[in-house]
Ligand binder design. Sequence first.
Ligand SMILES: *Cc1c(COP(=O)(O)O)cnc(C)c1O
Length: 360
Amino acid sequence: MSRVYNFSAGPAVLPEDVLREAAKEMLDYQGSGMSVMEMSHRSSEFEGIIQTAEADLRELLQIPDNYKVVFLQGGASTQFAMIPLNFMKNKVADYIVTGQWAKKACEEAAIYGKANVIASSADETFSYIPDLNDLAISEDADYVYICENNTIYGTKFKALPDTKGKPLISDVSSCFLSEPMDVSKYGMIFGGAQKNIGPSGVSIAIIREDLLENEPLEIAPTMLKYNTHVKAESLYNTPPCYAIYICGLVFKWLKKQGGLAEMKKINEEKASLLYQFLDESKLFKGTVREADRSLMNVPFVTGSDELDAKFVKESKAAGLMNLKGHRSVGGMRASIYNAMPREGVLALIDFMKKFEEENR
Ligand SMILES: *Cc1c(COP(=O)(O)O)cnc(C)c1O
């Protein structure tokens, strides 16, 4: 067996220990005689899996008691609709547009009400986070929306906007559990699991209780009402059982690493190795304003489309996979999530050094 270093933006690398554990339990989950995939979601075994997963997530993020946690389907993209359907009582919301995902969320909200773009970095291909001072928060906004880590462009909010008391809703798909967060600053946090947590198929939402007192829009389907899932503790219908199980194993793994403060240290160190190399390189260049750089997604270019293509091809042959950048930025992107070992980042830097020498 040979494993590559997988720099995919998502679905993405998972901790090898977790995959081994899942393999070990594949045919017989803890003496049940069956795989988690074959198990009733109403069984006591699965109840144990989902309840432990929630408890471990609560411990990792130190989620206050007045927040609910739900495991949902439909990817982060379904949340783009669920958020306005559940929370737009005044039919007004403010969006900070820092990339494709925030833009899509904003466009989805505009189907149901007025979605104001109160700040945007579209003018420079989303290569920075807009100035958050003196934002024109709408008086009747039901919430303020951000995408905290911009997977495609490699930017990250280093501070949160002052929402003037309006609930802040944040898409954290690509930075979920990469560092500690103060959950109490948010009305809601959500993300798809397949970037930094687990397999695709499950999204996790953490919602402050008072927001759940809102009456959803009349047209909201049962499955798209948060309270449907909150009241049934994520078991209203069949949940993505296996994906939740793997997320649970990742939570255990994160606890074993020392929790999120430790992950932050490790992630800062990995990212700084790569950024430092980019800053010193004569060939490669990062595409993001220094202050706004993500620890998770690192886009870079050579300045030549031909050399970029050559780099992607040769890196693949060297076992460094999925380094091609998103089509809207071009060049390359290295996603270095929690599960990417430091050795993977060092292997990438070594390869880049060699490539630079050969292509000067
Ligand atoms: C990938 C991604 C999404 C979309 O996730 P799906 O689960 O594919 O719907 C949304 N937001 C961010 C920040 C992402 O990285």
